[in-house]
Design a protein around this ligand. Sequence first.
Ligand SMILES: NC(=O)c1ccc[n+]([C@@H]2O[C@H](COP(=O)([O-])OP(=O)(O)OC[C@H]3O[C@@H](n4cnc5c(N)ncnc54)[C@H](OP(=O)(O)O)[C@@H]3O)[C@@H](O)[C@H]2O)c1
Length: 261
Amino acid sequence: MNLDLHGKNALVCGASRGIGLAAAQELAGLGCNVLLLARDAEALAVARDSLPTGEGQAHRYLATDMGDTDGLEEKLQPELEKQPIQILVNNSGGPAAGPAHLAGNEAFEQAFRQHLVAAQAILRLALPGMRDSGYGRVINIISTSVKQPIKGLGVSNTIRGAVACWAKTLAAELGPEGITVNNVLPGFTATERLDYLFRNRAEKSGASFEQVRAAALAQIPMARFAEPAETACAIAFLASPAAAYINGINLPVDGGRTGCL
Ligand SMILES: NC(=O)c1ccc[n+]([C@@H]2O[C@H](COP(=O)([O-])OP(=O)(O)OC[C@H]3O[C@@H](n4cnc5c(N)ncnc54)[C@H](OP(=O)(O)O)[C@@H]3O)[C@@H](O)[C@H]2O)c1
């Protein structure tokens, strides 16, 4: 099985911590040169220095806000002109928790910009490089909510659905060029985001953090949360030459939690 990514360049968004950082580490371990993107430059520098770096490999970072489309394009364009990418991992911080009917218009607009418009803007900048090099992988980190909406994550459920439809559409459009577009759907994964969601649920329900955590664990057949590195392995596989014929899928990495096929 060919997992070799030497000579390939990847852009990993939301790469300063959590699933994005783990994905950057896994891709770098397979030989990729990684461009890490997030807002916090200091955290990005630390993340960049944590990546495996073999002979001839070099990693970079770009501090920018995916919610600011103009700023994102302005900063990213010269980076991709300097070094085109073949692998794009679209990932970002999840929208605030809460029911859909209580969310303001701005919450939906902001989430749409940060998740969907940013992904589209990056794709348009990245496509010429993918086409020129004859290799393209687009991997979107979204959520199992595209299969079963998650209670209390109204804005997130809605935006993930939009990204999933965008990806499926692109898979059909770009497949003839050998460019694949897939989604990875993390389940409960041990990151800052999971702590935030449990704290939020505890505050709203009156239960303790430990009770919320135990209730979440009880939903998972594997009886544990995912390590970010486990989700990252799925991302790296989809980025590899071995996954060339996998296109347009939603891949849950959730320990069997999602109750539908
Ligand atoms: N963890 C889970 O259990 C779980 C489950 C299902 C889905 N997901 C989804 O998977 C994705 C990654 O999750 P995670 O747990 O790894 O999240 P995380 O630990 O909160 O990390 C989010 C990453 O995105 C960056 N980011 C946030 N807002 C950004 C913005 N506006 N522009 C650029 N970068 C931004 C953060 O860095 P900066 O703050 O420095 O920008 C950080 O690097 C999220 O969309 C999350 O909702 C997670």
